[in-house]
Ligand binder design. Structure first.
Ligand SMILES: Cc1ncc(COP(=O)(O)O)c(C=O)c1O
Length: 290
């Protein structure tokens, strides 16, 4: 198994402790992260991931995230991995701090890890009984405060799945724990808007852009257009469901709450288009926020 670790400026032994026991990321989840995939030996969409990291840092008031240093770190990890790294994670926290919620004076903790994890081949989704807060201080931020997602995935696993789909506090369809959701319904492909409280997924954004460029009828809906009841339509076979993420691409959901689902023909086209474009454009330019 490959594990390559870069922390605080250089490559480190994977067994070495690189984070203080008082790190505010460890004690209260005060940090941000990015998960990137590797396609054809290259980290995919680094510009977009680093831009989202910068956005998260800004939202959380973490000062001093240096994109150039991170690009250098990514290169070092990829080189040290000698072709075997398939997934990279950047984690930035506010650094060592007091035990309470108030922060210390830093400096930031920055860790980049490369591993050789396999891409998930299928998605078995489960509806989660909890809600995503679309009005929280961290809504839309890829923060390390992800324990809610850990609980929801554990719930999905208990039910034989590997991803949980959640509504927001208004009962509107929101996202998965590590994915965005797309539906094929009434001859078009739709995904919840960012106002639903979902993360602005890099894959979601590219699927919207590249799908539209290919002439596919794909759009983010107006707030409230998709409630959780659309998932009953999916189970009934009147609509189709896919999830998107850096590690999954645009992936058909095989089962929902244990019910077999059929792939949507338009979603299949979107997935194929995404793969095609991702191969041709490994580092797409910055998105327009939608
Ligand atoms: C909550 C959440 N939604 C959506 C996504 C998909 O985002 P991306 O396409 O950038 O991987 C992720 C990624 O991990 C996530 O954590």
């Amino acid at each position: 198994m490959t594990i390559v670790v870069w922390a605080g400026g250089s490559l480190r032994d994977p067994d070495e402790a690189v984070v203080s026991s008082l790190d505010h990321g460890l004690t209260v989840g005060d940090g941000i992260f990015e998960t990137m995939t590797v396609r054809d030996g290259r980290v995919f969409a680094p510009t977009r991931h680093l831009a989202r990291l910068a956005y998260g840092a800004d939202r959380m008031g973490l000062v001093g995230v240096d994109a150039e240093v991170l690009r250098g770190a990514i290169d070092e990890v990829m080189e040290a991995g000698r072709g075997s790294v398939t997934r990279l994670r950047i984690t930035v926290t506010s650094g060592p701090g007091p035990m309470g919620s108030a922060r210390g004076d830093g400096p930031l903790t920055t860790v980049v890890v490369g591993i050789d994890a396999a891409r998930p081949r299928m998605c078995h989704a489960v509806r989660a009984p909890w809600r995503r807060n679309e009005r929280g201080a961290l809504t839309g931020v890829k923060s390390t405060s992800y324990a809610e997602n850990a609980v929801m995935v554990a719930y999905a696993r208990d039910k034989g799945g590997d991803e949980a789909i959640v509504a927001n506090t208004q009962g509107h369809l929101c996202e998965g724990t590590a994915t965005n959701v797309f539906l094929e319904r009434a001859g078009e492909i739709v995904t919840p808007p960012l106002a639903s409280g979902c993360l602005a997924g890099i894959t979601r954004g590219l699927a919207l852009e590249w799908g539209a460029m290919a002439g596919l009828p794909v759009r983010a809906t107006a707030p409230g257009e998709l409630t959780m009841s659309v998932l009953d339509e999916v189970i009934a076979g009147d609509a189709h469901l896919a999830v998107t993420s850096s590690t999954r691409g645009v992936q058909h959901v095989s089962t929902l709450d244990g019910h077999d689902l059929t792939p949507g023909p338009l979603l299949r086209k979107l997935s194929a288009q995404f793969e095609l474009r991702a191969e041709a454009e490994p580092d797409p330019g910055l998105p327009r926020r939608k």
